[in-house]
Structure formats: C-alpha cells, structure tokens
Design a binder for this molecule. Structure first.
Ligand code: PLP
Length: 435
C-alpha cells in the first residue's frame, strides 16, 4: 500500500517520462496527454527551452525570499505578464497555484474596498456551477455542492447565480438576448443582496472543469462589466485554466475585448514545470492598498526565481513558436472531429469550447438534455476505458448530473494534426467500448 494519498485510494501506474504530448509509465506503456494533465502542460512536456532556463536559474539561485530580495526573473516575468494584460492592469502579485490566486484576488479586492471606506462590501458573487479552488476562501465562491457541502460550517458561502448554460436552457448562445438574459441574473442578485454589500463578481470567462468549457454567450461578458461598473462591484476574471493561450488568446476575455479589475492566473502560466500563479491587478487599486499600509497577505514561495524563470521561458515558447495561432488552427480541427463523433454517438449531447479548451457532454437524451443516471457512472467508466487505451481525458464525478457528464479534451498547444487524428481514433475506440 502506498503511503501517499490524494482524493481517493485510486492507484495509478508510475510515470517514467514525458515528452511533447506523450507520457510513458514505467512498464513502457505510452499515453497521449489529451488533457495536458489538468489543463496545465500547455506547451507540452520536457520542453528544452524551459528546462535550460530552469537549469541556468538553478545554478544562480533557486529561492530568494520576497521580503529579502527582488530577483531579475520575478521582475522580468511581472513585466511580461503586465504587458500581456489589458491596459491598466499592470501590477503583478505572484502565487504558487490557482487557489492562492483566487484567495489573493478576493483579499486584495477587500482591502481596496476598505481604503475607499466601503467596509460593508464583502460579498463575492460567483456562479453555479463554477470552480475557483479548494482552499476555504476559494471554496466559498466555488459553485459545486459535492465539494463545498462538507465544509459549509467552516466558511461563509457566498451568493451564487446560474452559469449561462444556454445549451441546456434551449437558448441560442450567439443571440445577444441570451447573454443579456443571464447577465440580468447578476444585476438581480446584486439588488437582492444590497449593492452596498457586494464587493466583487468572480467569473471564468470560459468555464473549465465545472461547466466543461462553457463559452460565455454573446454580449454576456460585456454586460457583466457594465453591471459591475454601475454598482461599484469589482470584476475578477478567473483565468487560471483559460489564461496562457489555451483558448487561442493569452487571456480568454480577449475574445470579447473586456477588461476586468483583477485577473487570476496559474496552470499554463507555469506550464506544469513549476507551481506558479499570479494575480494581475489595476495599478490604482494596488497603489491605494500599499498607501494604506500594505497588502496583508502573502505566500512563502511567491515569486521565487526558479518558478519565474520557467514562467518566462513558457511565455517565450508560446510567442516565438506561434502557439496561440496553432491553438486556433488545431482547436478548429479537433472541434470538427469531436462533432463528427457527435454524429456517430447519439449519447454525445454537446460539443463546445474555444481553442484547445474543448469538451463534449454525454446525455441520456440529446433532445430533452436529460442527464445520464448517476448509476451509469460515465465519469469513471469512460475516463478509465480511455486510460486503458492510452488516452488521458479529463472529467469530474458528477454525482447527480449537477454539472453534466462532460469530458475535457485539451491536448498541449503544440499538438499537430496527425497527433489529433491519433487522439480522436483512441477516443472513438473508447466510446465504442463504453456504449
Ligand atoms: N480556478 C480555476 C478556474 C481552476 O480551473 C482551478 C483548478 O482547476 C483553480 C482555480 C484552482 O487551482 P489550483 O488547483 O492550482 O489551486
């Protein structure tokens, strides 16, 4: 028995090595990393540039505590990240993961409100379903009862509005009226809670594990911004999964040309090479908090030079190799191949996503959008069959169809067409064994 444990007792083969989009276990079996781990290894495994940058940095220094030293790598990465962010968002706070990013964004928002004499503002509205992290603060805005319920007494659950799942509600996601319809739910919730008590709204511009690559309907992101502005509510974009080019733009919100007040970043930012994350914030917010005595928050490993050197090399790799353009091209190809599978397997009720953040959803009945019965255990079975076939796809246990039986297919952004066809072949084989 292993001394190690995670969520379950599930034991997996030991990983031996990984290269590009492939991984091998110690028996020599090969897997296609069809989900980039948990949508992390965006530039693929064992990238020589990143490894070289890490080695160079390691030979100089691996850790410099943020209160003792500034480092060239952290300064340079902050500069690059700020340069990629929307105008006005040019201050970077480093963390080591997505949950830390969510926590940090919420706390910075709160401290900023205090500098403005708005002590009553503390509620952070979010969506149901949504995922913003596993720590208690991040869980308070996560909309997924199976993960939050056991901890309810230990935290203050925050108000939720429905995620805009137009495909389930029979609405056209390309119709601006649909976006307006779901955005109105935010305004209604702000009014219900009392606008003077609402601090922020946190949203995944394109959903990740919670909604299975749910793309915001037309006009939604823009209308959300207007509503937040109107009520003095800060807008936090959680781009932990979408950031770093996965949707074909460095930030998913660029698809709608809207800017939030705070951005959370992780996963693809470190590309799976090192734990790395960041909050990118509006300059004036940060200045106000620093002027008022400082940000009462921080994590030990924040901004360590090794992580920042890796992060810089990841961005170089994305930009110099045109990986965002490749993501758009390969994403379109993969989406059309997934749509072909939808024609073949009536149980696939929806195919969605943007760039290489794509998902398909299984349903008992495509027309009525009836979810599969829980006993069907689609999550465990399909993921397992694919795994046995040497294909890794990502899902989450639905426990009652709350967020749908969706499966994320998100290979690294370096993937090419023959590799995608190989992936689809394995998925086709797995679906035929599953049905
Ligand atoms: N926010 C989003 C949108 C995520 O997808 C995740 C992880 O899946 C998190 C936050 C939490 O990130 P981490 O697991 O690195 O704490």
């Amino acid at each position: 028995m292993s001394r190690l444990f995670y969520q379950t007792r599930l034991e997996r083969p030991q990983l031996d090595r990984a290269d590009g989009i492939y991984m091998w276990d110690v028996t020599g079996k090969r897997y296609i990393d069809g989900s980039s781990g948990a949508m992390v290894s965006n530039i693929g495994h064992s990238n020589p540039r990143v490894l070289a940058a890490m080695k160079t940095q390691m030979e100089k220094s691996t850790f410099g505590y943020r209160l003792h030293f500034q480092t060239e790598a952290s300064e340079a990465l902050a500069e690059r990240a700020a340069g990629l962010a929307p105008e006005g968002l040019n201050r970077v706070f480093f963390v080591s993961g997505g949950s830390e990013a969510t926590e940090s964004a919420m706390k910075l928002a709160r401290q900023y409100a205090l500098t403005r004499g708005q002590a009553q503002r503390y509620k952070v509205i979010s969506r149901m379903p949504s995922y913003h992290g596993a720590t208690l603060g991040a869980l308070s805005v996560t909309g997924y009862a199976p993960m939050t319920a056991p901890f309810d007494p230990m935290m203050r659950a925050m108000p939720k509005i429905p995620a805009p799942r137009a495909y389930l509600d029979g609405l056209d996601p390309d119709d601006p009226a649909t976006g307006a319809h779901y955005a109105q739910m935010l305004e209604d919730k702000i009014l219900e809670e009392g606008p003077q008590t609402v601090l922020a709204f946190i949203v995944e511009p394109i959903g990740g594990a919670s909604t299975g690559a749910l793309v915001s309907p037309a006009g939604y992101m823009q209308r959300i911004r207007q509503i937040c502005d109107h009520y003095g509510v800060l807008l936090i974009h959680d781009e932990v999964m979408t950031g770093g080019g996965r949707t074909g733009r460095f930030f998913a919100a660029e698809h709608w040309d809207v800017a939030p007040d705070l951005i959370c970043l992780s996963k693809g930012f470190g590309g799976g090479y090192v734990p790395l994350g960041a909050v990118i914030a509006r300059d004036d917010m940060v200045e106000a908090v620093l002027d008022a005595g400082g940000f009462i928050h921080g994590h030990t490993y924040a901004g360590n030079p090794l992580a920042c050197a890796a992060g810089l090399a990841v961005i170089d790799e994305i930009e110099e190799n045109g990986l965002m353009a490749n993501t758009c091209r390969m994403g379109a190809h993969l989406k059309s191949r997934l749509s072909d599978l939808m024609q073949k397997y009536p149980m696939i009720g929806d195919v969605r996503g943007e760039g290489l953040l794509l998902a398909f959803e299984l349903m008992a009945d495509r027309r009525s959008k009836t979810p599969l019965p829980v006993e069907f255990n689609a999550f465990d079975r399909l993921v397992e069959i694919a795994y046995q076939n040497g294909l890794i796809i990502y899902s989450r246990r639905t426990r009652g169809g709350l967020s749908g039986d969706h499966f994320l297919v998100c290979p690294p952004m370096i993937v090419n067409e023959p590799q995608l066809d190989e992936l689809i072949g394995l998925l086709d084989q797995s679906l035929s064994q599953f049905m």
